[in-house]
Ligand binder design. Structure first.
Ligand code: ADP
Ligand code: MG
Length: 346
């Protein structure tokens, strides 16, 4: 049945796993949703739709899910395919007059993960096929995961019925990593590559390169090549030349802005957030605000404590911990990611 079509469409990249995916601000929600999907594929959050700008880890996460489902569930083959390959394979099957063969390529898969679905804009045949494949997977409770460079709401040139299906499960954005996350990623990448760089150099890179993980990898390669050639130390002038400062306008958010947004979202007042009330709804809103303050402003625990009615260090830590745990619930992860989107970032 598969005659005339390249049968091996699986492109699972075994090096992209959860263990070498650094979790942090920007990807925490998407990562939580991805792990929830792995824990019970096809169950509650189907499909998972991950979106974000280029170089932020969408492909890595998709393959990590694929590897984990394939390995852990023992459910069998998992298809991870780029939208581009999806389309070219479809065209190939139409050319040899074997359209049924195309669908059969996916028939036995335990999960279907489609990377860069935005690529299918105005590709009518591909969208038609995708619609049917999605329905088959969804009806048989098999997991579907999409990645895209924008949200379903922002996608244009897609069938309405497809767009609505994209949002049936959880939609989660990967935003830019914060300083702390960038530093952690750099440390990890340097270690992986066997490059030894001082803390100050890593920090300098993390400060200068903020938009994507791909850009961080590029910067790391540049710096280590430079050090190899020049030997020894790195001067400020070298840094300026190798990694010009990114455009200004990257303003970080303030704790006051976070408080105002969270208060509005949970319909409490800013003084509730700073006050002593232990009412459940207020405590929750307060903990969310504290968590966001920590993640987005890189403020110290004592400073955040001072901003939230002089709470002590351990109360602040407890709040952060609590919210981090809650993020394992995809619905909450999504709520927080939507909240985050309303903050002036980048
Ligand atoms: P996208 O698909 O969003 O364009 P990729 O998944 O290709 O981005 O990621 C770009 C590069 O950055 C890859 O080499 C990937 O392994 C790496 N990367 C992205 N996010 C992380 C992360 N959180 N931890 C470690 N590596 C990451
Ligand atoms: Mg990608």
């Amino acid at each position: 049945m598969r005659e005339g079509i390249k049968a091996n469409i699986g492109e699972l990249e075994s090096t992209y796993t959860f263990s070498n995916f650094i979790e942090g601000w920007g990807n925490r929600m998407a990562c939580a949703a991805a792990k929830a999907v792995v824990a019970s594929p096809g169950a509650a959050y189907n499909p998972l739709f991950i979106y974000g700008k280029v170089g932020r880890g969408k492909t890595h996460l998709l393959h990590a899910i694929g590897n984990a489902i394939g390995r852990e569930s023992g459910a069998g083959e998992v298809v991870v395919i780029s939208a581009e390959k999806f389309m070219s394979t479809l065209i190939q099957s139409i050319q040899v007059g074997n359209e049924n063969g195309f669908r059969s390529l996916f028939r036995d898969s335990a999960a279907f993960l489609l990377d860069d679905v935005h690529f299918l804009k105005e590709r009518d045949w591909s969208q038609e096929e995708l619609y049917h494949i999605f329905n088959e997977f969804h009806e048989s409770k098999r997991q579907v995961v999409f990645s895209s460079d924008r949200s379903p709401r922002q996608l244009q040139g897609f069938q309405k019925r497809l767009l609505s299906r994209f949002s049936w499960g959880v939609v989660s954005e990967i935003t830019a990593p914060n300083l702390e996350t960038r530093l952690a990623i750099l440390k990890n990448k340097a270690e992986e590559a066997g490059i030894s760089l001082g803390e100050d150099v890593l920090f300098a890179i993390a400060k200068r390169v903020s938009t994507s993980v791909r850009a961080l990898e590029g910067a790391l390669a540049k710096i280590s090549a430079h050090l190899e050639l020049q030997g020894g130390n790195l001067k400020q002038a070298d840094l300026d030349e190798l990694l010009p400062l990114e455009e200004a306008g990257s303003r970080s958010v303030s704790i006051a802005e976070i408080k105002a947004l969270v208060a509005a979202h949970y319909e409490v007042s800013v003084s509730d957030l700073e006050g002593d009330s232990r009412a459940k709804a207020i405590t929750h809103a307060r903990q969310v605000a504290i968590f966001l303050a920590r993640e987005l402003t890189n403020s110290s625990f004592p400073l955040i404590g001072a901003e939230f009615g002089n709470r002590n260090h351990s109360t602040i830590m407890h709040a952060c911990h609590k919210i981090k745990n809650l993020l394992r619930t995809p619905l909450f992860a999504q709520e927080l990611s939507e909240l985050q989107r309303e903050l002036p970032q980048e």
